[in-house]
Ligand binder design. Sequence first.
Ligand SMILES: Nc1ncnc2c1ncn2[C@@H]1O[C@H](COP(=O)(O)OP(=O)(O)O)[C@@H](O)[C@H]1O
Ligand SMILES: [Mg+2]
Length: 264
Amino acid sequence: MLLNITDLHLSFVGGDEAAHILKGIDLSVAAGELVGLVGESGSGKSTSVRAALRLYGDEAELAGSVRLEGTEMVGADPATCRRARAESVGLVQQEPSAALNPVRRIGDSLAERLVRVHGMRRREADARILALLTELGLTQPERRMRQYPHELSGGMLQRVVIAAALSADPKLILADEATSALDVTTQAEIIAIFQRQIRERGLGLLFITHDLHLAGAICDRIHVLRHGEIVETISRPGLFAEARHPYTRSLIEAAPALERRAKS
Ligand SMILES: Nc1ncnc2c1ncn2[C@@H]1O[C@H](COP(=O)(O)OP(=O)(O)O)[C@@H](O)[C@H]1O
Ligand SMILES: [Mg+2]
């Protein structure tokens, strides 16, 4: 199993009283699987991912278990967590600024990480980045590599961030609203690239979105998150008929279905 989260709890302990945000999350992603984590804004999607990767400091208290390719993350020392993340995971966050240094050229940001963390030669790293940016449909990729983040549009930046996440051939991608800010066509292109990696090299993908219909169209399994709890798991997402929980039904009915969206 690439990712195995069992009974994960998280409380933020900074303020006057602890805020119990995650209340016993269970989910797993195996190689070659596309798993959805769906919930409204504030339900705890981003917190789940950041907690699983141990990206919080002392402000967050964790209980339960998160195993990344067998390595226990909860309670592990920072070096172990860093190594497990570098070896296994590509993270795509909502905000491109989280992944890119604003004062570095894009090519330098992406290639230097491959050199520093993964011991690649710089020329090899540059070639890998250029190939990925091209595959991800970025126009004028060589020029983009010499540009700074503020010179690119939001859609271009999101492709760069996805290229960064894929560049070290991670076994698992955690995509937190990775395509939500993109137009429908671009979104479909990026999803097709993920799907090819799932098919061709057994990538595991946790696809996090507020969009239940999109998740339903592409995921093997969907976990529905509400107020820090998984209220329902749908194992055949194409067939929403099996969704029982009133919250899931309300999400299904709240958003227009994909077919209807495509026509409008
Ligand atoms: N650092 C933090 N300190 C305190 N509360 C937080 C922190 N980060 C997130 N939260 C709270 O945790 C809840 C879940 O947030 P989040 O995981 O970002 O939701 P989602 O990604 O589903 O929109 C929200 O109520 C949010 O206010
Ligand atoms: Mg979020």
